[in-house]
Design a protein around this ligand. Structure first.
Ligand SMILES: [Zn+2]
Ligand SMILES: [Zn+2]
Length: 752
């Protein structure tokens, strides 16, 4: 029997080779009809023998392109039209609704083969097809079409055009399709030379890397700086160039075997690092890596080649691992313009490799890790953004500004949240510009008109100031409530939960700095049930650079102003004059805002053990403390919980352990275990009292692998139903998502 169906598919279905794959599935199942893009997704009309149509429908989810994803399939019966073949129709612009924009996709195996065999693409470093290549970084507008990308200035040659129009070709409708004859071209600026022949570029840049030179290389979402990862001298020179004291560098390995030779990697991590998104994955260092790469840490960020150029370069060079760090100075956004790159790197690097296709949307390499077999996003950018998340709430017109450090913003369309790529620290002027520019670009791309804005309660955040200038109604959301809501949004929770939010800093509604928080909350509001006790933060925000100041503040709080004479050995190595100033601040309560921050507690303990007393990058002290912990230790310290959670007995016992020469790896682990015990115990107390069994954990402190791993294991052992972040960062990069969910829920109930 002949039947006819209309199938509407929503999800990530444009710009990923979806329609051609539907065509091929149709041909192989011997059905007729059409497939078309419109602004809301893909519409398929299919008719044929009942069994064939059924098989066609079954095949769709199994045979769609690797980078596509289906949110919904809606199937309905329609009248038979009598199609005599299957066709891909032109894009139809039907409504103002939008569909997804694909993130960039790493080069596929077939394209890698093409650059060795296909005559027009031999060594062509920008080879791509419908299954791979740039997307978000080149798109200016929707619907996704070459004329609306930065490929608009490159007319296709005859060969490319033939591939582009041939339905059975892998490059059918591949918008950035290009080859050596017609596509964008690479140039190497080296000394006074401008080298444009690709073979010479590769040979010269390969030689330069092997000689220990530093190169600026244009990537997909911005420039990178690169050098041989095994050459200490080069790595140290790169540190000087980047103005980066101690922060670890990301590494690009030639292939998975090279990763395995130097790093510990399990199956989940291997799947993640090899997948089409090609993020940086934090992995444990096994051996043979220069200590100048990851100073004092046991993990390093590793990734695999995702552009043809990376692959071609590795064929040329001796080393199987290069440093590939973002091309910026200090905290500025990664450089994307060729002029800026030449100006900035022209003199300080040994060569600059560029190509003449513009990067429209800047993306950094995304950073992830695996804890308890689950991916945890730390920095969400290339390969991930701007894929939306479904919230099951009306989000239309809501703009969420995010926080300040590692900021992302989010916009609401329909019932989705579209979270921006990682932007950076707004205190940096160029980053603030990038923030504003990206908001404009997202608004245009996704046809977004803000009607309600949501911001952090912190009055001085530049994101809050941005909202205040928007001239639309706005609401303020407490920082840690937004963290919990972010995790709730990720797991589609809309009910009362126990929210446990640990991080470095967040403005509380009593005007103090919060960060060790136990809430009962839902998407509307929260009740602060308990928190770490308030401690003075001598010098305000400046303490983040000087963990020893927090150590001093804790010791002062628990042992009084004579603590330096009582425990002089704890202050070994601390500058006496600076110590005097800090003690005097504490005595006079001068410039000493109070904080319940978990991050500051980790700072204090890290400094107390002498692990990190002065931090050279954000969160160095807690990272170093985590890095030395001996995970096999199961002991812990006591703590007090008479009113708020107090660490007096914890500090007494840690000092005793220091006096008894207990290894700091053991002390660190006992401290981590103590925090785990606090979480589990508080969850029990609060849960029993309130009759709530769901625990939601978020905040930057949960990027601590050991803490997260052990907390999840203990909560599971105690039969709690718990939720932690995976697809969105638990750090402030996830705040905008939480803000947006809260605003949507409050608006739904008319509480704004
Ligand atoms: Zn490809
Ligand atoms: Zn061509």
């Amino acid at each position: 029997m002949i039947i006819s169906k209309q199938i509407i598919i929503k999800g990530l279905v444009q710009g990923v080779g979806f329609r051609p794959s539907i065509y091929r599935i149709a041909i192989s199942n011997n059905v007729h009809g059409t497939v078309a893009n419109n602004n809301t997704g893909v519409i398929i009309i299919v008719e044929g023998d009942e069994k064939c149509v059924e098989n066609f429908i079954i095949d769709i989810p199994q045979r769609i392109p690797i980078a596509s994803s289906i949110n919904s399939i809606n199937i309905s019966d329609i009248e038979i039209n009598g199609y005599d073949d299957f066709q891909i129709s032109k894009s139809i612009s039907m409504s103002n609704d939008i569909t997804e924009v694909s993130p960039d996709i790493s080069i596929c195996d077939e394209c890698l083969a093409d650059i060795e065999t296909q005559s027009s693409r031999i060594d062509y470093p920008l080879t791509n097809c419908t299954n791979c290549g740039p997307r978000f970084t080149i798109i200016k507008d929707l619907p996704y079409d070459r004329s609306k990308t930065t490929m608009d200035v490159f007319p296709m040659c005859k060969t490319c055009k033939n591939e582009y129009i041939n339905i059975l070709d892998r490059r059918f409708h591949a918008q950035p399709v290009a080859c050596n004859n017609c596509g964008p071209k690479y140039t190497l600026y080296y000394k006074e030379n401008e080298i444009t022949d690709i073979k010479t570029i590769i040979a010269t840049s390969g030689k330069l890397i092997d000689e220990g030179k530093i190169l600026a290389i244009k990537g997909l979402g911005g420039y990178h700086l690169a050098c041989d990862a095994f050459n200490d001298e080069s790595v140290n020179k790169l540190r000087l160039i980047k103005n980066r004291d101690g922060k670890p560098f990301a590494l690009l390995f030639s292939d998975i075997d090279a990763v395995k030779a130097h790093l510990d990697i399990n199956i989940t991590e291997e799947k993640l690092i090899s997948g089409w998104r090609k993020p940086i994955v934090l992995l444990k260092i096994k051996n043979g890596l220069s200590s100048s790469i990851s100073i004092g840490l046991v993990t390093i960020g590793a990734m695999l080649p995702y552009m043809a150029f990376h692959h071609i370069l590795f064929k040329q060079i001796e080393t199987n691992c290069i440093v590939l760090t973002s091309g910026n100075i200090s905290d500025e956004p990664i450089i994307i313009s060729d002029d800026d790159a030449l100006q900035t790197f022209g003199n300080i690097c040994d060569g600059t490799i560029t190509y003449n296709r513009h990067i429209h949307n800047r993306t950094d390499d995304s950073v992830t890790m695996v804890v308890n077999n689950t991916e945890r996003t730390i920095r969400r950018s290339r390969g991930y953004a701007p894929s939306p998340i479904e919230l099951n709430l009306n989000t239309e017109g809501i703009f969420a500004a995010g926080a300040e450090l590692v900021v992302c913003f989010a916009i609401g369309r329909g019932s989705q949240a579209i979270v921006s790529q990682h932007i950076g620290d707004l205190k940096n002027l160029e980053t603030l510009e990038f923030y504003k520019e990206s908001i404009n670009r997202f608004s245009r791309l996704f046809r977004f008109k803000p009607i309600l804005a949501v911001m952090d309660m912190h009055p001085d955040y530049l994101s809050s100031k941005y909202v205040e200038k928007m001239n639309i109604s706005n609401i303020k959301v407490q920082h840690h409530h937004a963290h919990i809501a972010s995790c709730m949004a990720e797991h589609k929770l809309d009910e009362k939960v126990i929210g446990i939010s640990f991080d470095g800093t967040g403005y509380g509604d009593d005007g103090n700095i919060w960060g060790g928080e136990f809430f009962i909350c839902n998407l509307i509001g929260y009740e602060r049930i308990n928190h770490f006790e308030y401690i003075m933060q001598p010098g305000g925000d400046a303490v983040t650079k000087y963990p020893w100041r927090m150590m001093t503040a804790y010791l002062y709080h628990y042992f009084g102003k004579d603590v330096t004479s009582k425990y002089p050995f704890l202050f070994n190595g601390v500058d006496n004059d600076e110590l005097k100033i800090v003690l005097s601040m504490l005595n006079k309560k001068l410039n000493t805002p109070i904080t319940s921050s978990a991050g500051r507690l980790f700072d204090a303990v890290s400094a107390l053990l002498g692990v990190c007393r002065v931090a050279t990058y954000h969160a160095e002290a807690p990272m170093q403390l985590e890095s030395i912990a001996d995970e096999s230790v199961t002991d812990s310290y006591t703590y007090n919980c008479d009113v708020h959670i107090s660490f007096k007995s914890t500090f007494v016992e840690i000092i005793k352990d220091i006096e008894n020469k207990i290894p700091i790896s053991v002390i660190s682990s006992k401290f981590h275990n103590t925090i785990v015990n606090i979480i589990v115990e508080q969850a029990k107390i609060i849960g029993n009292k309130a009759g709530i069994s769901k625990i939601v954990l978020s905040g930057g402190s949960f990027q601590n692998k050991i803490l997260l791993k052990k907390v999840e294991m203990e909560l599971a052992a105690n039969n709690f139903s718990f939720f932690t972040q995976s697809k969105f960062p638990s750090n402030d990069g996830g705040i905008a998502l939480g803000q947006l969910a809260i605003a949507a829920k409050r608006r739904e109930l008319g509480i704004i």
